[in-house]
Ligand binder design. Sequence first.
Ligand SMILES: Cc1cc2nc3c(=O)[nH]c(=O)nc-3n(C[C@H](O)[C@H](O)[C@H](O)COP(=O)(O)OP(=O)(O)OC[C@H]3O[C@@H](n4cnc5c(N)ncnc54)[C@H](O)[C@@H]3O)c2cc1C
Length: 593
Amino acid sequence: MLPFGLTSGAILDKLYPLYYPPSLTGLRGSHPGSHTHSHARAWDKKSDWGPTTELKETYDLVVVGGGISGLATAYFYQQKHGKDKKVLILDNHDDFGGHAKRNEHTVDGKLRLAHGGSQSIVEPKHGSEIVHALLKDIGVDIKRFDTAYDRDFYKRNNLGAVTYFNKETFGEDKVVKHPYCNYPNYVEGIVMGGKLSNEEAAQQAPLSEKGKDQLLRVLNGGLHVIDVPEEEMEDYIDSTSYFDYLKNNLGVDDPGILKMARNSGLDWELTGTDLMTIGTAKSCGALGFTPKAVYDEDNPYIYHFPDGNASVARALVKKMISDVAEGNNAEELVLSKFNYAELDKARNAVRIRLNSTVVNVRHGGDPKNSSEVFVNYINDNKSHQVKGKSVVMACYNMMIPHIVSGLPEEQAAALRLQNKSPLQYTTVGLRNWRAMKEMEIGLAMSPGNMHQVVFMDFPVSIGGYEYTKTPDDPCIVHMINCPYGETIGAPALEQYREARYKMLGLQFKDYEDEIRAHFNGMLPQELFDFDRDVESITVNRWAHGYTVGGPEGSVKKGRQPFGRITIANCDSGPSADAKTAIDMASRAVNELG
Ligand SMILES: Cc1cc2nc3c(=O)[nH]c(=O)nc-3n(C[C@H](O)[C@H](O)[C@H](O)COP(=O)(O)OP(=O)(O)OC[C@H]3O[C@@H](n4cnc5c(N)ncnc54)[C@H](O)[C@@H]3O)c2cc1C
């Protein structure tokens, strides 16, 4: 049960300011209850939702899904058809933005912002004209990050890329000042290893003597150890498993090294490196491959608001519902507290209705010439119906066949093949970061832990928000869990499913215990006390996280228009990218005619 059903602005007026989801901590992301009705529909084929209230609300457009794509859909629709057009956006979560989620922590009275999902605008300069025009219009000025992002922060504080080996897996708790892989290199300005030679790094790893020899072979590795004619090399590395290369060419059998290797690509390619070819592992800088720049010089990884791409979502909402907050552009909105009571006011041209899971969408007649579409959703365990002249599905593509009635079977089958990988971003409000500074931790690879990465929040000051300045100040530490299945080499979809269920089966206490053990093992006890220094924890679980896409051809087949219904979402790209979410929204609106 969710705390409140968001049924009307009037109720929210009374509850506000109590209703302010960004400040909730604990289990967030796809929070408990958010998928209850979707799962009942998809897994149990539930179709009887009790008596339905016909709301007598008719919209020009109903959008299913309030992530960046759904919000952009409403924006493009109004751009094309006029600001007076009535649009309703329905989302199953208690906040808008989908993966673009804002986490707020208040530590010792100071507000600390964090991203609970979608992190940064990736390679904005490679974005389409559509993306650039939208960002400009909603007041996102990417040039601001040239100065807002403090590239000198890590260097000034001597914060580097390190590895934390935990006792449970490696026999002792130890931090070695070397990342052993390229992963941390995407954090602009982080101090990448380099202080230790390969020999020293291998020696310092808590492995047996044999294991240290093997690790040194991997670090010194290089593809020259492969006995294949030069002209066949490219094909070979693109078709041979990275794990086979480690085992057969480099003679690795130490389970600790294989664990380091498996976790070294993290989320770059949506799977552990056990499923990568040598070529893919090389391109994402897995264990043993030389550090190299992750992004091109024109697109450094600096386009990060303090709450990540939640700022893009908020700027879109503000553009369409002007009374929701004060501020004229994304920068001015950074510290602006949104009034959620404004989201669903009857007077708005665009209304956003949260905590509302859509369970059925059907045309009023033959889809070829129907002029109305009925949309049923569950809010506060009750069934409601609204009508739209058109509908855009901006929710997860694989969910669409369970919701849209009468889809052609071929299209439904294609949509069912679209997939998403699970991912978890945990944000921790710390009272100070003296212990992190002492250990010189900017980012710690943590191959033995649930969160394979821990890092200091990105150093961005913008819109009056100041990132943490000195080690005595409160800060946010981010933790990333890219969960894999137990069985090394098992097919990706099996691993996603297994990891997703495991993730959802855990309680907050399980996560807290894990985080406690992680911090206690990694940080010196004389400088760090978990109960004293950790103020708040927000575990953002995204059981349906990164877009994976289906087999060749299935994406386009799945996203075709169906009568008055078209399909947006970054799954239609397919690409786990905010730019794609925007492009797909534009496409879906244009397909409506
Ligand atoms: C942890 C994480 C980090 C990421 N980091 C980045 C990043 O740094 N940069 C980047 O560009 N991209 C990133 N992404 C990718 C991200 O998915 C996209 O950038 C973008 O935010 C997706 O927007 P969307 O609207 O297409 O989908 P979503 O954000 O998934 O929005 C779809 C919404 O529809 C809702 N929905 C689903 N079913 C229903 C239903 N039946 N009824 C009502 N609502 C429903 C969903 O719950 C969701 O709220 C990240 C993703 C994750 C999970």
